[in-house]
Design a protein around this ligand. Structure first.
Ligand code: ME8
Length: 534
């Protein structure tokens, strides 16, 4: 079911808020660049776009790490956020509109407002709880995720994800009546089939909820690093529900109704590890508070390194800077967004990254850009020539450009980023083939010996390439903001057409936008040769 979004719509999109205690790795970077590319696309499509990211700073994990480092939890998270998490955004060229931290006042106060409302609405009650808790997951574990320990943990119950012993917690807790929402949730998944995407994620959620839901413990009373419950300050709000609320407090929930109305509801992009929190618990909490549910939840897959899920517990994490220092941030963005089917697991390897960098970016896109600009410099004194008469083959190129732009937009609407990129790449491949067929260097030789028709043809061929590159710059700018910017100015388009980020992406496929007579300027290789140690 494809529902195209009209231009000018509100488009609010979020990443998960990350635990700052982990060092940022390429998995976090993957989610962030995907959300950033989607946001940039919509922003350039004229939608009223808002991209949010941030950090999840409460909970026992943070408290313990701070204690181990002999600092207060606030000092601990402040240090991590400034030293590791803000810089990640710069490293990956993420243009987020806001960054929320759950220790901010704007969050804490309004989380309390939200829970008071749930309490007043009768969805919260006090009870006794005894269950096994994983501090790594910050979650009470269901039977299916508990395994018997081995080695040093022989005889203990351990978390299947973290392989660390679980802690038996027994305390008075407040509970949220999640069990009451089973029917309404199933109704939601039925009436809005794209509420959870992709289909595999939707099926998992539907089957989970169909089996019945248990009420959810939403408070803890044995430590105080969290947000106190407004009606019982001896409890702090469970870190996961505190965290989910970020999506609402960041856009004014409880404080600025006008902003909240303008932005909410959001699209959430998350890794599949945290799908249930977003597709089950979060909409139920919103329903209980009488608020609109999210527009949708998109769960992407796992990045695998050497066949293993890369995470905090398995020390195979690779820092994004290890990649960007060598290949640059555009290549990072392009690689993860094009090589992995968005929604499915994908493997990272240095060999694959290097190979794609060389063939697709350096030899494919980069070389097309360099030689087109160089030929315009050489044969037309650096001035974009006019097209003479278009042949059927030229018109075919124009159609490829128009079709690619249309399909890419349709794919982005469906969060299918890799499909959008492969549609756009049909332009790169077509133009490289077009240059080979038309041999502009031969045309130049013939027109030098006075053949006016060949001169006209040379102009048409090079205009076609330059105009195709103009479309490529616009379409690829959400994915590769830096190299497309360089290309844009080399084409002289910045002066004649204005800023790249202001070019309407949904009109990128129109023909004849780049003006003949525009002066191009030299273009250094967009994707220079790299020496890889790998
Ligand atoms: O779960 N492959 O934070 P977190 C792909 N604070 N993506 C990965 C990944 C991998 N191997 N590893 C991590 C939390 N990610 C909570 C979220 S939201 C209200 C609270 C990405 O720091 C992926 O997006 O553990 C995953 O969902 C997220 O990092 C988990 O980040």
């Amino acid at each position: 079911r494809i529902v195209p979004m009209p231009a000018g719509d509100s488009f609010y999109i979020t990443t998960p808020i990350y635990y700052p205690s982990d060092v940022p790795h390429i998995g976090h970077g993957y989610t962030s660049v995907a959300v950033d590319a989607l946001a940039r696309w919509h922003r350039q499509g004229g939608d009223d776009t808002w991209m949010l990211t941030g950090t999840d700073e409460h909970g026992q994990k943070m408290l313990r790490a701070a204690a181990a480092n002999n600092v207060t939890p606030q000092e601990w998270v402040d240090k991590l956020v400034t030293e590791s998490w803000f810089p990640l955004l710069e490293t990956l060229d993420v243009a987020n509109d806001d960054f929320i931290r759950t220790t901010q006042e704007r969050h804490e106060t309004n989380v309390q407002t939200f829970f008071q409302r749930l309490y007043d609405n009768g969805y919260i009650y006090a009870g006794e709880y005894e269950a096994l808790y994983c501090v790594g997951c910050e979650e009470f574990k269901p039977e299916s995720e508990i395994v018997d320990g081995t080695g040093p943990f022989e005889g203990l119950k351990v978390c299947a994800i973290h392989s660390k012993p679980l802690e038996l917690l027994q305390e008075k807790n407040y509970f949220f009546k999640l069990s009451e929402f089973q029917d309404r949730l199933l109704e939601l998944y039925r009436t809005q089939p794209d509420f959870v995407r992709p289909d595999s994620a939707r099926n998992e959620v539907v089957s989970f909820v169909s089996q019945g839901l248990k009420d959810l413990s939403i408070s803890r009373s044995t430590f105080d690093w969290g947000i106190p419950l407004p009606w019982d300050e001896s409890h702090v709000i469970y870190v996961w529900v505190d965290a989910l609320l970020n999506y609402a407090t960041a856009v004014g929930y409880g404080a600025d109704q006008a902003t909240f109305d303008r932005r909410w509801p959001a699209y959430h992009v998350v890794g599949k590890d945290i799908l249930r929190f977003h597709a089950v618990i979060w909409p139920a909490l919103l329903m209980a508070a009488g608020l609109e549910v999210p527009r949708g939840v998109f769960a992407h897959g796992w990045l695998l390194v050497g066949g293993e899920k890369m995470s905090k517990s398995k020390l195979t994490g690779i820092a994004p800077t290890e990649i960007t220092d060598v290949f640059g941030s555009d290549a990072y963005r392009y690689y993860f967004l094009s090589a992995i089917a968005f929604g499915q697991d994908g493997s990272f390897s240095w060999e694959d990254l290097s190979a794609r960098y060389q063939s697709e970016l350096a030899n494919g896109f980069g070389n097309l850009a360099s030689r087109t600009v160089a030929m315009i410099e050489k044969y037309f004194g650096g001035v974009v020539p006019e097209a003479a008469e278009y042949t059927a083959r030229d018109l075919e190129i124009q159609k490829i450009v128009a079709d690619a732009a249309t399909s890419a937009d349709a794919a982005v609407e469906q969060f299918r980023i890799n499909e959008a990129i492969s549609s756009i790449w049909t332009i790169v491949d077509a133009l490289n083939g077009y240059i080979t067929e038309n041999e502009p260097w031969a045309l130049a030789k013939q027109s030098n010996s006075g053949d006016d028709e060949k001169r006209g043809r040379l102009g048409t061929v090079l205009y076609t390439c330059a105009e195709g590159l103009r479309a490529l710059a616009v379409l690829l700018s959400p994915v590769m903001p830096q190299s497309t910017e360089k290309l844009w100015s080399a084409l002289g388009a910045a002066e004649s057409l204005g800023r790249l980020q202001d070019q309407p992406i949904r009109e990128a496929g129109a023909w004849g936008v780049l003006r003949p007579g525009t002066s191009v300027s030299a273009l250094a290789p967009l994707f220079p040769r790299v020496e890889t140690a790998a």
